[in-house]
Ligand binder design. Structure first.
Ligand code: ADP
Length: 347
């Protein structure tokens, strides 16, 4: 079955074309269409461009959707009801869900007679225990506004867990795993017997680990304090926490790990940024090992996880006990989306 996987951003669409069968997928083509809204007028034209370039008869389309709210526990066949639900969750993911919706709507018009499947970043976290996803604020805010931990990067964490079980030659439902996705965005998940039981990202992708430009965990009282001292509004503080913090904010130099690695010997702030980054990951690994009463393997992926063995060694030092395996597994969210799409479309 020829499956096209589309991963849409506001100004770009990443695609991969797979020839999929039961338990086997072959990558036939991949690419990135950029400058949507500029050189390419809109998502509709971008999809036509991709289909022209591929020139093959697509049999199903898999779409990455960031936010499935509290509704989607797994990937689903897209119909009008699913589209309405994704629209409803736009308020929770204002930057991410709208481009996915545009791509879904336009590609369903062009490829109207084949199944389209939505694969949600949040779905892996749907079954987390209530005590892990609820915040300790008045309960009415959960009831009124659905404020809870949703978790993100779920497709990548699900992929890592499955691959780790294959590599370890043990059934997933017998394993306690900690999966670390370290890219520009960073998140860490505790996977007990194949189920995510906790994860570092929260109501939004801002919570948790230190990231390229995001702060991760902090005392919320800092927000009104900075607003008052700097005479700025909540939007400006959120912009600072999302775009000017993390590795970039502390180092004052860059959000790019390659740059920081070059400078760390002679630059104190760069060294500090890396120390906080590493320390925070260690803390999460320790606490997830605690809540699972043990851990069989810690898995790393993403641009940082896959390319900085020295840093990974630093993270593991002291916190990962003897006998616990450390694995680096290049992530492939699109492959996971193709697998789900095959499973749903062939039924
Ligand atoms: P995104 O989360 O946007 O997909 P990546 O997974 O590519 O980003 O991660 C970006 C981070 O990984 C950056 O800090 C970058 O320096 C680092 N990185 C990516 N590729 C490499 C590489 N080949 N060698 C070293 N570092 C890399």
């Amino acid at each position: 079955m020829l499956i096209l996987v589309l991963n849409s951003g506001s100004s770009s669409i990443k695609y991969k074309l797979f020839d999929a069968e039961e338990r086997s997928e072959k990558l036939l083509d991949k690419g990135l269409v950029e400058k949507i809204g500029g050189r390419i007028p809109g998502h509709k034209e971008a999809i036509s461009f991709i289909l022209n370039k591929i020139g093959a008869k697509i049999e199903a389309v898999g779409h990455r959707v960031v936010h499935g709210g509290d509704r989607f526990s797994r990937s689903v066949l897209i119909d009008n009801d699913v589209i309405k639900a994704i629209e409803d969750f736009t308020e929770l993911a204002p930057l991410h869900n709208p481009p996915s919706l545009l791509t879904i709507n336009e590609s369903r018009k062009i490829l109207s007679n084949i199944p389209h499947v939505a694969v949600f970043d949040t779905a892996f976290y749907y079954d987390m225990p209530e005590c892990a996803y609820m915040y300790a604020i008045p309960y009415k805010f959960y009831e009124k506004y659905k404020i809870r931990k949703y978790g993100f990067h779920g497709t990548s964490h699900r992929y890592m867990s499955g691959q780790a079980a294959s590599l370890l030659k043990r059934p997933l439902n017998k394993l306690k795993l900690i999966t670390c996705h370290l890219g520009n965005g960073c998140s860490i998940t505790a996977v007990n017997k194949g189920k995510a039981i906790d994860t570092s990202m929260g109501f939004t992708p801002l919570e948790g680990l230190v990231m390229g430009t995001r702060s991760g965990d902090l005392d919320p009282a800092i927000i009104p304090y900075i607003m008052e001292k700097e005479n700025i509004d909540a939007n400006a503080v959120m912009e600072m926490l999302n775009k000017k913090s993390g590795l970039l904010g502390v180092s004052g130099l860059s959000n790019d790990m390659r740059e920081l690695m070059k400078e760390k010997a002679g630059n104190k702030k760069v060294k500090l940024a890396l120390d906080i980054f590493i320390y925070r990951i260690k803390k999460y690994i320790g606490s997830y090992t605690g809540v699972m009463s043990g851990c069989d393997a810690v898995i790393f992926t993403g641009g940082i996880g896959e390319n900085h063995p020295g840093l990974i060694r630093e993270i593991c030092k002291g916190v990962i006990k003897k006998g616990v395996k450390t694995l680096v597994i290049p992530t492939d969210e699109e492959l996971m989306i193709a697998r789900d799409t095959y499973r749903i479309a062939s039924n």
